[in-house]
Design a protein. Structure first.
Length: 241
């Protein structure tokens, strides 16, 4: 359900203002849940819809970029724009435009390798760039740092438990009986597209059963517990961006 300025509204009251099919589908999905999605203005809702569709766009583009999957230990990046730190993170070089550097990952993906949590951060930063434009992006993220779940204060991220999954959400597959020799497959962080489609770095765009079957092949011998989709949702705090 959607509430704007303390008043419950029905999608048909403003869907005519939205031309994007993906955004319309998101609104209809939100309306099916008992969860209340609160906004001060219609513009705040529209910005979230834009950011969500840009998140899915960025995920599709990263999937096609040629960027490789690897662990933090073996991560690498384009040295023209980034310093690769000892922990496997990427720090923007001084004097480099953040918007140019983040888009280089899509342009020159073969020069990059990272694991799935950093991939999620990259997707969300690209979505932010698409949503707010390069001028503001460069002001907010002048010392951009890509590493695991360490986000800039200007891209606040929060987590909640629930199953009100909305396209553009970050979701998580857990693999409790993972093989200790392949500990990087203890989980897979994904972007949700709706209609049982998910993007995960290292697995591509797949349905839930395919991702679960993939993770189950990464379990320890005599494993008893299957991988599964967690009831945990990670979202940007859209109204603070």
């Amino acid at each position: 359900m959607i509430r704007i300025n303390h008043q419950m509204i029905k999608p048909e009251e403003f869907l005519h203002e939205i031309s994007n099919k993906e955004q319309k589908a998101i609104v209809k999905q939100m309306e099916t849940y008992s969860e209340i999605y609160e906004y001060q203005t219609v513009e705040q809702l529209k910005f979230e819809l834009l950011f969500r569709t840009n998140t899915m766009k960025a995920a599709r583009e990263l999937n096609k970029s040629g960027a490789k999957f690897t662990t933090f230990r073996y991560a690498f990046c384009n040295k023209k724009y980034w310093d690769r730190l000892s922990n496997g993170g990427f720090l923007l070089k001084p004097g480099i435009s953040p918007s140019v550097a983040i888009l280089d990952i899509l342009k020159n993906g073969k020069l990059y390798a990272f694991e799935c949590s950093t991939a999620i951060a990259i997707v969300l930063y690209i979505a932010a760039l698409y949503s707010i434009g390069s001028t503001r992006f460069d002001l907010l993220f002048d010392r951009l740092y890509l590493m695991d779940w360490q986000f800039d204060d200007d891209l606040p991220i929060h987590q909640k438990y629930g199953d009100d999954y909305i396209p553009g959400d970050v979701l998580h597959f857990n693999n409790p009986d993972f093989d200790p020799k392949q500990a990087h497959w203890r989980a897979e962080n994904v972007i949700y597209f709706g209609d049982d489609k998910y993007y995960g770095h290292g697995v591509g765009i797949r349905n839930a059963s395919t991702i679960i079957n993939f993770l189950n092949k990464k379990r320890k011998p005599d494993a008893k517990k299957s991988a599964y989709l967690m009831r945990m949702i990670t979202r940007p705090h859209y109204q603070s961006i």
